[in-house]
Design a protein around this ligand. Structure first.
Ligand SMILES: [Zn+2]
Length: 287
């Protein structure tokens, strides 16, 4: 679960929000990007593979299978234990400057709702982060990049919304202190929506977001990152913010199928994965 914080709440119909669904929005992912460094077909295939596992709530056999696959596919990957028998998967690609560190992350668990397969909420960002980890080569970038797949972002079924920060964000609360010296943290969540628009989420570092937006414009994905701010979302970037790490949440929370059974393959698009993947890759190359 995710929670909107701040005064201007409202998951849908917010005055700051964009229209949900429809598929005809001018903010849909651009058809042609200027670069092709990110393999969106391979990312989308991994999204489909996750969905085929079925529901993947934290601690479930399907979630463990996914964690094992992430550890096998991502470079230099290992588990980090999370209380309750959960596990983060942490992959590392060394940069040329050993003193610099950037974190890129996504949660891989799905909300514990019967029949909920989380094609967007869980699988989309997990797929983009894995593909980024497989694309970045050792010592090509200046900073070391640590790619973290968070377990237990969603709070257990039945948890009151007000307890989300202590009941959810389980993996990120364990990982954040370990990487508190990072110069930036980029969280991806809900990045597969067919009608993708990622304004700056209110808690997100304006400087890091502006840099990602400039990178997006360079690769032709500028329309996906509109220059406005939406209300804050309590998510896996918050434990990093609390450690003093400038962090952003790349999230399209105007998603009509959020925590609903319709968050399936019909809700997501390969072009959206491509726009976000190319933008974040360009951002990492610019550091
Ligand atoms: Zn969720």
């Amino acid at each position: 679960m995710l929670l909107v914080v701040g005064a201007t709440t409202g998951l849908r119909g917010s005055p700051l929000g964009v229209g949900a669904g429809g598929g005809t929005s001018p903010q849909a992912a651009p058809r042609a990007l200027r670069v092709d460094r990110f393999d969106a077909a391979r990312a989308f295939a991994f999204l489909r593979w996750q969905v085929a596992l079925g529901p993947r709530p934290a601690g479930s056999p399907a979630s463990r299978r996914l964690a094992a696959r992430l550890r096998a596919r991502a470079p230099n990957a290992r588990y980090q234990a999370v209380p309750g028998g959960l596990r983060n998967v942490i992959a590392t690609v060394p940069g040329r400057n050993p003193r610099r560190l950037v974190v890129v992350g996504a949660h891989y668990d799905t909300k514990d709702i019967p029949g909920f397969v989380g094609a967007n909420d869980g699988a989309s960002a997990t797929a983009v982060v894995l593909e980024l980890a497989r694309t970045v080569r050792p010592r090509r970038l200046r900073p070391t990049v640590v790619f973290i797949f968070f377990d237990g972002e969603e709070s257990p079924a039945g948890t009151p919304g007000g307890q989300f920060e202590t009941a959810g964000l389980r993996g990120s609360r364990v990982a954040a202190p370990r990487f508190r010296r990072a110069e930036a943290m980029v969280l991806l969540d809900l990045v597969g929506d067919r009608d993708l628009a990622i304004p700056r989420e209110e808690l997100s570092s304006p400087a890091v977001w502006a840099r990602i937006r400039r990178a997006a414009r360079r690769v032709g994905a500028g329309p996906v990152f509109p220059p406005r701010t939406r209300p804050g979302v309590l998510d896996d970037h918050v434990p990093f913010l609390r450690q003093g790490v400038p962090s952003v949440n790349l999230i399209d929370f105007e998603f009509p199928c959020w925590h609903r059974p319709c968050d399936d393959l019909s809700a997501v698009s390969r072009r959206s994965l491509d726009a976000v993947g190319e933008a974040v890759l360009e951002y990492l190359r610019s550091l």
